[in-house]
Design a protein around this ligand. Structure first.
Ligand code: SF4
Length: 337
């Protein structure tokens, strides 16, 4: 797929003290992309009043270059011990995206240029573990692979973790531009997970992401490069023909992976869910969405959150777990939620 290029760039004044911001400023000036300068990456406003659709599109076409000031990492259970944030939001427009929901009207893409300081903070958090292995999730607030062609940060982070006895990195992506990561000495300290779904879900809800074919090709390259590999199947959806579609997905995956029998393959299974807030945002941003958001047909988990009713959830879990065990007997299904 075509790599992301912003329509406009906003640079925080302080960011220009860092080499990456200076290089990006030059690159965007040379390519004629409009640049503006701002005080804080946390206070970005569109230049005029916009309706929710226009504002969402404006956010997704804007790149903000800033400095990450909060270096006290938040917990990231169940995926990892801590969130490692080097960017916020992403250029894709998945209709169900929980991140776009959490960010609300601030869904613009931010990249942080003070990587050395962020990695120093990683070291501090590893030390807090007093000898335990500490894991860091690089994709809790963005898709770092989607902006790697601009930042090169993920490559640097992977190299950094390769040297950490007690630190491990976890990455999730729906993007396929992994070629710059293949020759890195990663020391098996970074686990890549590709977020996959049935072709129906990708086509209808995962706009501006890599295709299924591209993701599987990228996953295969990552496996060939020796990285520990996993898959997140999410959000799992029930619709007419879902079983056949997920079967097709697993068949294709098995046929195309370099080593489908690898013993360190993992699967994480997450069913479709929404909240009252996300339903409102989705319906405003995607008025013709095919997402099923009918509260009456879902199970209310409390706090305004909805998931499939227990019987349907069990059906999804059983079917996917059984098929994964059949197709990838060596793999581990880590959880279903
Ligand atoms: S790729 Fe991930 S972070 Fe980006 S819009 Fe889709 S779900 Fe959200």
């Amino acid at each position: 797929m075509k790599k992301f290029e912003p329509k406009r760039v906003l640079i925080e004044h302080d960011a220009l003290n860092y080499k990456l911001a200076q290089e990006l400023e030059k690159k965007f000036k040379d390519t004629g992309i409009p640049i503006d300068y701002i005080e804080s990456h946390n206070r970005v406003r569109a230049e005029k009043e916009m309706n929710p659709i226009e504002l969402f599109n404006w956010n997704k076409e804007t790149l903000v270059i800033g400095v990450k000031k909060t270096l006290n990492f938040k917990s990231c259970q169940p995926s990892a011990d801590y969130r490692l944030v080097t960017s916020t939001s992403c250029p894709a427009k998945c209709e169900y995206c929980y991140l776009a929901k959490n960010l609300g009207s601030a869904a613009y893409l931010r990249i942080y240029v003070n990587l050395k300081e962020i990695l120093k903070a990683v070291k501090k958090h590893i030390r807090k573990g007093r000898g335990e292995i500490i894991t860091f999730e690089a994709s809790s607030s963005s898709d770092p692979v989607a902006v790697e062609h601009l930042t090169g940060s993920l490559a640097k982070i992977i190299k950094y973790f390769a040297k950490q006895d007690r630190g491990r990195l976890r990455v999730v992506t729906k993007f396929s531009n992994v070629d710059s990561l293949l020759d890195i000495k990663h020391n098996n300290h970074t686990r890549f997970r590709f977020s996959l779904n049935s072709s129906y879900v990708i086509k209808n809800f995962e706009h501006l992401t890599s295709t299924l074919d591209e993701r599987i090709t990228a996953a295969s390259k990552i496996q060939q490069a020796g990285y520990p590999l996993g898959f997140i199947l999410a959000p799992l959806m029930i619709y007419d023909g879902w079983q056949e579609d997920y079967l097709d997905l697993l068949t294709e995956l098995k046929a195309r992976l370099v080593n489908p029998a690898a013993s360190n393959l993992t699967f994480e299974l997450i069913m479709h869910r929404f909240s009252t807030r996300s339903k409102n945002l989705i319906e405003n941003r995607f008025p013709n969405t095919k997402l099923k958001l009918d509260k009456e047909k879902y199970h209310h988990k409390g706090f305004g959150k909805y998931v499939y009713p227990p019987q349907q959830a069990e059906e999804l879990k059983e079917y996917l777990t059984k098929k994964i065990n059949e197709f990838f007997p060596q793999a581990e299904v880590e959880y279903f939620t």
